[in-house]
Design a binder for this molecule. Structure first.
Ligand code: CTP
Ligand code: CA
Length: 222
């Protein structure tokens, strides 16, 4: 493997990646979540390992076998993901936020299973979750390179550039989740990698091939 011969593009580098969905409990048996499979984040972790990096993978609940030689930190909620990121991401060479973090959590999780009520409707009060990526990017011990993802259904590049600036990122990987052939919960992806001064598209390919191409470009920028 690459690191045995010290030839990989990330030899001697530390990488931290978030992956998968988060789960926000409503009561002991129910939660809010999304369709993220975790495949893109796991493929990136694998590509970074193959490039010789030391990798920590902060993972929400997924159905993927663990990445050989990556340290996996398993979390469920966005708040747990934030504290894991504060513990493991600060000061690394490369931080990649590939997780699909739930934007909201239930304000008061019920300690016991909720029972049906007499009315037809039930209202849940939601509160906004912390932004893990922005918290890492704006931290005094910011990683050298911070990369986000932007899954959009419309105005993909414009929204992605907006997030690049607002979250103070070095790069953002934009993908069009309105496409039926790629993205969320899919084996393939097609993305545009955007920095303040560049924009390059990576055409439809298996997520592990997309990951390898992204890692090549990101490693060259370190
Ligand atoms: N992200 C994060 N923590 C959050 C929300 C998002 O770390 N609470 C990260 C994601 O991992 C991704 C990037 O921010 O790398 C963009 O996520 P996205 O959902 O597209 O952006 P939001 O800021 O949540 O904006 P919106 O969902 O309204 O488009
Ligand atoms: Ca979001």
């Amino acid at each position: 493997t690459a690191d045995q011969f010290n030839t990989g593009s990330l030899v001697g580098k530390t990488v931290c990646i978030t992956a998968g969905p988060t789960r926000e409990p409503i009561d002991p048996v129910r939660f809010l979540s999304n369709h993220s499979s975790g495949k893109m984040g796991y493929a990136l972790a694998q590509a970074c390992i193959e490039a010789g990096a030391t990798v920590k993978l902060i993972s929400g609940p997924v159905n993927i076998s663990p990445v050989d030689r990556a340290e996996v930190i398993a979390v469920e909620t966005a708040e747990e993901m934030l504290s894991a990121a504060m513990e493991h991401a600060l000061g690394v060479d490369l931080f990649i936020a590939a997780a699909a973090v739930s934007d909201y959590r239930v304000a008061q999780r019920a300690p016991q299973k909720l029972k049906k009520v007499d009315s037809d409707d039930l209202q849940l009060v939601l509160v906004q979750n912390p932004d893990i990526l922005a918290s890492v990017a704006k931290h005094p011990q910011r990683p050298q390179c911070v990369v986000g993802f932007a899954a959009e259904t419309n105005d993909v590049v414009r929204y992605a550039k907006d997030k690049l600036a607002r979250k103070q990122l070095d790069w953002i990987v934009a993908n069009d989740v309105s496409r039926t052939d790629s993205g969320f919960n899919h084996d393939d992806n097609a993305v545009t990698l955007i920095s303040a001064t560049s924009e390059q598209s990576i055409s439809l390919a298996a997520k592990n091939q997309i990951a390898a191409q992204l890692v090549t470009i990101l490693a060259a920028s370190l």
